[in-house]
Write a protein that binds this ligand. Structure first.
Ligand code: ADP
Length: 692
């Protein structure tokens, strides 16, 4: 019984549990139904939304297509047109009825399709989307240019059944493109002709210029006096500049194409400006126009830049300034704008007081072949290319030329250039001092006492350059031997030397019996004397020059102690520097020779003055070479001339020179005597000049 009761209770429990489970299931089913219902609602809404979106975008797409003016054409696999839109009909000027049902290529493509057009069509049929341009024939037979985007379309089974082509009319653009191409070709042809003209013209100029350069080299090898040499140098450097300029014009094509190559090299910008200054000074000789070149004294270093291009610009600007200035002034300046350890920016300015430029022409003058007005080329010549080239050159160096000008009031052209600084210092800083006419007069003899071969070479080069006569002693002892025989005008004395140093040698010179007891002695000192002149004087020196020195510093010292052109008139310097032997024009002698024939006297003296420098330089060279017989012959040839022009004393001197040479006397003695002669010759020239 207990067992039955237990089973019944168990059945009862299970029934209860089943009922509970059924209830839960029922609840879950309802829940599921609701969820399902909700999901269904959502997707229906979504589908509606998507559908309306699709319709909207289709509408928008239609709008866009018609606004974009795109012509649509559908065709089947055989090429029969199945559908066209309004825009397409308008493009080709057919109605839709006239098109649909026809084979598109028959009605729309010209008979003489080009090979490339054919290929485009074949490619299009290869079931790929393609964009290509093609010529299509309108109803009236005219051709239009269309860009076509063709895409295949398929049936429900994925088979290609035709294509849809979208067309855009580019006839106007194509026409414009063609016109542009033609205009470009015309412009290029004109430019080519212009370049050809320039090339021919430059070539024509270059040929005779070559001859000028060649001839000036040949001339250089002939006997010339110092002045002729100077003129020839200027001629050569002018020809070189012109040659470069023409080469650049010849290369105008390069400049035109903006392909100027800037070749950097180390150069002395001060020296360049100096050379250019000299050339223009000569050019302006016959015009009442003063030329000044002012260079910032703070420019101490050579620069790294394109020397040729720099030259070209400055020469061009100065050339214009000289051309367009009839009277007044031209000032060329170089001023530091900014300087760092490594770089220097310099402003270059060329200012003139010439005809000036009208305000409305200030921009055009920088264009090729542009001049301020038509009368310019008639009155002043020129091509109108110069400034265009200059501007291109300066632009190639990341700068630009600016101009300020007013008609009748002159013009100022300027530009800045940035250069890398080089280690090397500039030379000849003093070249532009306005009294650059101060020249050392040949005839003085200098003794320089220096043991270092390099310093010695430096000194001798400078003295050669200034046409000064000098002797060299390698130490103090040799110097003391030399001073015993020869009278010098100046002694340059190194301090530190082997065998006998500068102090000792100077003491000997000042305290022993010799012709140089009073000769100025300048100490060449690295540091010992510092900058103290009083201290230098205590040791018997007259002056000092701190080493290392620049050429202008030495020149300044030499100008202080030796004769130079402008010092000739100065009584103060004359007493200090004139040689002991003064000579005077012998008027009686002149009277004896010429009587009252003033004309003849003038002619002979003029001829004498014109030839004497050359004759003396011949003698000078002979003495340097030391061939006694040649010296004798030249002395013999020259000696009578001096009596003729009223200086019989010099004829006597030449007789002695002749004798010294004939007796094979030492070259040192010959030089000593010769220096006496040159002193006197230098004195007689101004006297003769003023006499006639
Ligand atoms: P060109 O001098 O050969 O005519 P440029 O290009 O050098 O050619 O100069 C163009 C024009 O600019 C000149 O013809 C002249 O009208 C004007 N010009 C240039 N420099 C000056 C100047 N310094 N003063 C007056 N006019 C000038």
């Amino acid at each position: 019984m207990d067992k039955i009761a237990l089973l019944e209770r168990r059945v009862e429990r299970e029934k209860k549990a089943r009922k509970q489970a059924e209830k839960i299931l029922e609840e879950k089913a309802i829940e599921l139904f609701h969820v399902n219902q909700e999901l269904k609602n959502i997707s229906e809404k979504k589908i509606n939304q998507i559908q309306s979106k699709f319709e909207n975008s289709q509408k928008r797409y239609q709008n866009v297509l018609s606004n974009l003016n795109l012509g649509l054409l559908e065709q089947d696999q055989e090429g029969y047109i199945t559908k066209v839109n309004k825009v397409f009909c308008e493009m080709v000027d057919y109605t839709s009825e006239e098109l649909v049902g026809n084979i598109s290529s028959n009605i729309l493509l010209p008979d003489d399709l080009t090979a490339s057009d054919n290929k485009k069509l074949i490619d299009r049929n290869l079931e790929e989307s393609k964009i290509y341009d093609i010529k299509v024939m309108r109803k009236d037979g005219t051709l239009i240019d269309l860009i076509v985007c063709g895409a295949p379309f398929y049936d429900d089974y994925g088979n290609m059944v035709g294509t849809l082509d979208v067309h855009y009319d580019v006839t106007k653009e194509k026409k414009l493109q063609q016109e542009l191409k033609e205009a470009k070709e015309i412009a290029e042809r004109a430019q080519q002709a212009e370049k050809q003209f320039l090339t021919n013209m430059s070539h024509e100029i270059k040929t005779p210029l070559n001859v000028i350069v060649g001839m000036s080299h040949l001339l250089n090898d002939t006997k010339l006096d110092a002045q002729q040499h100077e003129y020839l140098d200027i001629l050569k450097s002018s020809a070189d500049i012109l040659f470069n300029l023409i080469s650049e014009v010849l290369d105008f094509a390069k400049i035109d194409a903006g392909k100027i190559s800037v070749v950097n090299e180390e150069f002395d910008i001060v020296q360049e400006l100096n050379n250019i200054h000299k050339i223009f000074k000569i050019k302006l000789e016959n015009k009442p126009v003063s030329l000044q070149t002012k260079i910032d004294e703070k420019i101490q270093h050579c620069v790294v830049g394109d020397k040729k291009l720099f030259n070209q610009v400055i020469v061009n600007l100065l050339g214009n300034a000289s051309k367009f200035t009839e009277e007044g002034s031209i000032i060329c300046t170089a001023t530091i704008v900014h300087e760092s350890e490594t770089h220097i920016e310099i402003n270059f300015k060329v200012k003139d007081s010439g005809i000036g430029i009208a305000e409305d022409k200030l921009e055009t003058i920088f264009q090729n072949f542009e001049q301020a007005n038509e009368s310019i080329s008639k009155n002043y010549g020129g091509t109108g290319l110069g400034l265009a080239i200059c501007q291109s050159i300066v632009e190639a160096q990341n700068s630009t030329i600016k101009v300020q000008s007013a008609e009748g009031l002159g013009s100022t052209f300027q530009f800045n250039l940035v250069f890398e600084k080089s280690e090397r210092k500039i030379t000849e800083q003093d070249v532009f001092v306005e009294d650059s006419s101060v020249n050392l007069v040949a005839g003085s003899t200098i003794l320089y006492v220096e043991d270092n071969p390099l310093n010695s070479l430096y000194l001798s080069r400078l003295l050669d350059k200034w046409n000064l006569r000098y002797e060299h002693a390698e130490n103090g002892l040799i110097a003391t031997e030399k001073i015993a025989h020869t009278k010098y005008d100046l002694i340059l004395m190194d301090i530190q030397m082997p065998v006998m140093n500068g102090y000792q040698a100077t003491k000997v010179i000042r305290t022993t019996e010799n012709p140089n007891q009073k000769t100025p002695i300048a100490a060449l000192t690295a540091s010992t004397l510092g900058n103290n002149l009083d201290k230098a004087k205590d040791f018997g020196f007259s002056d000092f020059l701190a080493k290392p020195f620049q050429p202008p510093e030495l020149k300044k010292l030499l100008l202080k102690y030796l004769k130079h052109d402008i010092a000739d008139d100065s009584p103060e310097t004359a007493t200090v520097q004139n040689p002991k032997v003064k000579i005077q024009l012998d008027e009686n002698q002149l009277k004896q020779v010429f009587g009252d024939d003033e004309e003849y006297k003038k002619e002979i003296i003029t001829m004498f003055l014109e030839t004497i420098d050359e004759q003396m330089s011949v003698l000078d060279n002979l003495i340097k070479t030391g061939i006694h017989d040649d010296i004798r012959k030249q002395a013999h040839k020259l000696k009578p001339n001096f009596s003729m022009v009223g200086f019989p004393e010099l004829t006597d001197d030449f007789v002695i020179l002749e004798k010294l040479a004939k007796s094979n006397d030492t070259i040192e003695n010959i030089i000593t005597h010769y220096s006496l002669i040159t002193d006197k010759v230098d004195q007689l020239k101004p006297q003769l000049k003023s006499h006639i």
